[in-house]
Design a protein around this ligand. Structure first.
Ligand code: SF4
Ligand code: SF4
Length: 136
């Protein structure tokens, strides 16, 4: 099994600093791969990353919610060009460095979203995307 980072990720980076096996990779280029991604072959499912995420974006793979109920102010982030994702997010990560995302969508309190497509996206990042070399 593995843990999975979902579209709630806004590149805070806190998860990466605590992972004992260093299997969390920031997506690049950010326009195409806006989240951080977890190498499923290396993740040991320790769960240390989960409480570090201020956006509650990380789940064990078999617990990624199909009906996630959003809190006020939560955002989804997707690759640039994704239909309906036209809000620019400018924030800061856990180091205080600027984070700029071109394609986000604000969620209303109680809005229900399916986060499960993140599992396939994460796998694709390491199979076909820029994460391939990082996964060895
Ligand atoms: S801590 Fe959360 S928002 Fe930050 S990079 Fe990790 S998953 Fe993304
Ligand atoms: S569950 Fe543990 S090993 Fe897996 S990505 Fe999170 S911190 Fe790393």
């Amino acid at each position: 099994m593995t843990h999975v980072i979902t579209s709630l990720c806004l590149r805070d980076g806190g998860c990466q600093t605590v992972c004992p096996v260093e299997c969390i990779v920031p997506g690049q280029p950010v326009e195409e791969w806006p989240w951080f991604y977890i190498d499923p072959d290396t993740c040991i499912d320790c769960g240390a990353c989960v409480p570090e995420c201020p956006w509650e974006a990380i789940f064990p793979e078999d617990e990624v919610p199909a009906a996630f109920k959003a809190k006020e102010g939560q955002l989804l982030s997707m690759p640039v060009g994704t239909e309906g994702f036209d809000v620019v997010y400018d924030g800061t990560n856990h180091d205080g460095d600027a984070v700029h995302l071109e394609a986000t969508k604000a969620l209303a309190a109680g809005e229900v979203v399916d986060l499960t497509p993140a599992s396939a996206e994460n796998a694709r990042f390491f199979k076909d995307g820029p994460g391939y070399s990082a996964a060895g």
